[in-house]
Design a protein around this ligand. Sequence first.
Ligand code: IMP
Length: 505
Amino acid sequence: MAKIIEEVSRTFSEYLLIPRLSRVEHKTGNVSLRAPVAKYRPDEEESRFSLNIPFVSASMQSVSGAEMAIALARLGGLAFIYCSQSIEAQVAMIGRVKSHKAGFVPSDSNLRPDATLADAVALRKRKGHSTIPITDDGGMHGVFLGILTDKDYWEFDDDLSRPVSEFMTARDNVILARVGVTLHEANMKLRQCKKECLPILDANGRLHSLVFKKDYVDHMSNPDQLLDKEKRFAVGAGINTHDYKERVPALVEAGADVLCIDASDGYSEFQKEAALWIRERYGSSVAIGGGNIIHSDAFRYLAEEARLDFVKVGIGGGSICITREQKGIGRGQASALMAVAAERGKYFKETGVYVPICSDGGLSNDTQIIIALAMGADFVMMGRYFAMTNESPTPRVSIGGRVYKPYWGEGSNRARNWQRYNQNDSDTGLKFEEGVDAYVPVVGNVKDVLDVTVSKIRATMCNMGSLTVKEFADNAVLTRISEQSFVEGGTSNVLSLEKDIPRNV
Ligand code: IMP
C-alpha cells in the first residue's frame, strides 16, 4: 500500500524567523556570506570550492550565458552555463568567461602592420576591444611591433585605407614588461607610467599577454570576486547524463570550475554512473554537484553512492515549472529542504563529511531566500531572479509600454532540453512539456538587485545573532504562521503608495 508522509508539504512563505540576541559584534560589515560548494571535513580542511555570496544562476538557456557568468563571478557568485546546447557552444561560453579578465590576458584582437585603419575599426566593433596589439603575423603571440588604441586615430576624419603601422605607437615608444614580472609589479608599472595597458613580451620579443589598469580597478572595487587559481573568473557548467563522456572533458579543458548534473529528478542510477565516471577521471580537481531531489533517501544515495560534492534540492517549485501538474511529482520546497538538511546533518555526524546543499527553484522574493538559508541551504540557485536582469542572454521586449525579457523553462518546447527530463532512454524528443514559455519584467543590473538582497540577508543575520551562513542556520528559530498572519504580513489599514494610489493622482 502506498505510504503517506504525515507532514503536510510546506513552502517558505509559511514561516517567519524569531530574532535571537544581537551582540555588539553583530554588525552587517562583520557578516561573511561565504558558502561551501564542495564537500569537506570542517574539522580538518576548507572546502575545495566556496562561493563568496550564496547565489548561483540556473543552468537555463534564458538565464546563464557568458555575460551572466561574468557579472555573477564579479560579485562572488557563480553561473552554471546551460548544457542544452552543443558542446562547442558551451565550451565557447566558458572560454569567454575565462578570457574576460585575468591579470595577464592573452590578446584576442591583433592585426598585422599592413592591415588598414578600416580593418582596425571593424575589429574594434566586432570584438569590442579598443586596444589592438600589432604583431608581425597578426597573431596573439607574434613578434610585437606596436600598439594601436582608439585614441590614435579619428574614425570619421582619418583616411581609413591607410595602414595601421602609420598610426600605431611603435614598440620603441611603448612601456613594456617581460614574462616573469608579477601582477603586482605590472600594476605598479602601469601606475608609475600613467598607462592603461602593459604588453608583456617573451625573450624573443613575442607578445605573451596584456595587463590592463581597468582590471585592477575592477578587482579593487569588487573585493568579493570569485576567481580561480589563475585569477580568472570562476564559472560552473551544467551537464547531462547522456553525453557527459564527451562534454565533461571539453568543459574541464576549457576551465569549468564546478560541474552540475542538471536533471529534473536526480534520484537515479544514471546520475550515479555519470558522477562516478567523472570522479574516476578527475578526482577532486573539479567539484561535481547533482540533483534535484526532495527527500532524505535520495540525499543519502547521492552523497554516499554517487559521492557528489553538493546536492540540489527542489522539484516542481520553479516559477516556469509545470511538473507537479503534468506528472504529480514534487514537494513543498520548505519541507523538501528541511528533510534533506536533516539527513545531511545525520550524514555529517556519522562520517564527519559536510555535503553542501543548494535550494533550487521557486524563490520569489528576498524573504524566501533568507528562509531557505535559515533552513539549511548553503546556497540558492535561481532562474527567474536572474532572467529579469540586463545580463540574462535574452532580448528586451516592450509589451504595453513596459519592458520585459522572455524566460522559458528547460522542459518547454522552446528549450527542447529532453536530456534533463529523459534520463533513462535515448529518445530525443519531449513527449510533453514540463515548463512554460513566459516573460518577466526587466529590473536592472545583476549588481543592483543582488546588492539589495545581500543587504537584507546581512541585516537579518545580525537580527539572528549570526555572522556566518552556517551559524545562521544553526541559530535559526522559525515559527509557522497562520493564513491570517500571512495576509497581515504586509502593510495593514493604510493605503499603499505602490499598490493602492495610482502615481498620477
Ligand atoms: P525559478 O528560480 O523559480 O525560476 O526556478 C529555476 C529552476 O527551475 C531551475 O534551476 C530548474 O531547477 C527548474 N527548471 C528549469 N526549467 C524547468 C522546466 O521547464 N520545468 C520545471 N523546472 C524547471
